[in-house]
Design a protein around this ligand. Sequence first.
Ligand code: ASP
Length: 468
Amino acid sequence: MKRTLVAEAGKKVGESIKVCGWIKTYRSHGKIIFVDLRDISGVLQVVILPELPSEVLEIAKNMRTEWVVEIVGKINKRPGGTQNQNLTTGDIEMTAENISVLSEAKTIPFDINTDGYEVNEEMRLKYRYVDLRRERLKRNLIFKQEFLHFVRTFLKDRGFIEIDTPSLTKSTPEGARDFLVPSRLQPEKFYALPQSPQQYKQLLMVAGLEKYFQIAKCFRDEDPRADRQAEFTQMDLEMSFVQEKDVRDLIEELLIETVRVVAPDKKIQEIPFPVITYQEAMEKYGIDRPDLRKDKSDKDLLAFCWIVDFPFFEKDKEGEWTFTHNPFSAPKPEFIDDLLKKKNIEKILTTQYDIVLNGWEIGGGSIRSHTPEILEAVFEIIGYKKDRIKSSFGHMMEAFGYGTPPHGGIAWGVDRILSILLNENSIREVIAFPKTGDSRDLMMDTPSAVDSKQLEELHIKTVAPKKK
Ligand code: ASP
């Protein structure tokens, strides 16, 4: 007999069907046993009556919650007054005819029939495969798929090509520390995991692909932060022959449409999204990611805004110039001359635009420098010597010499947007297997020590950190 999902059982009243899943609840009422059986589609009440053959009753008596079972039985309408409005299958039940146990289960470490906020999070992360059985987390993951599916379809319909780029790449300065991967075949050399696909997507523009996007994994080795993930997902996009407003308009339409389709209960406070300069934002709100919601108690209100006209450079702790966002950004056209002459550096504005939602910077992008001279000038301002520019970015300079369209793009942090749309406080609630704030995977118990032989092959010796 083929398996039926419990959500389909309502169409089979009067028939015998087979269902498979986990025992969500188990209640023994004297001679009758009630089991709620959970599968991916929902929950079905199964009634186990005393007239079943003794070997089936024996199995039924011994079953416990979270065991995985296969039950064959007849689907009946529930008697009047016993319907359960809380279940999608609440007006039917199954009368068991046969039961097989597919897998027994130890007592699970915490209750999964609640939303789970009350459970210690380290425990939830250690036993994430159990935690994910929770209805709320299942809903979050399915919502994420709906969201990404909509984004993909929207962009494909507008001529964007989804292209994946390498995870083993070159160390690049994007403001955070790189995760390094030692090369075995090229001793003493390293790959870096991408902080973002920034250079690849620009090279795809040089390649003439014109409209690229990717749901990309990015890696940043940042200091512990409660709600950051070392590994996170970006919706990354790049387009040729565009100016700032073209990218912003497209992204604005995409965000509005996505909210309308996948989160129809949400209300966007203002359309078109307000566009605020960095200077205005700092003067008026004292922050470059203002929360513009008029009513902060309304959980369904979304206040998007754009922040534009950021300074290109700022001084770092050592008093040297560094970029505020992205070294590949172009200056605003009126500052190109100053940039090339390296004067009035503090006044140079970049084409960077950030998209802010309810006080969170959810993404950002810019129009890029597409001539080698401008890019070189940026690196010189931030103190790179010619040979470092060549070894780190020679490939970009060279590529830009072979016919490069003006181009620009953006990336958003998918997890943050999802957590806002789902009213979750933490991005960990929308990631299947998140890490802790200090980047440990408690389930896999990693990072972990490796075999000395592996290190030898990689030509690596470790040095224990000095005791503080
Ligand atoms: N690469 C940038 C980032 O990850 C986004 C962009 O400028 O497209 O923040």
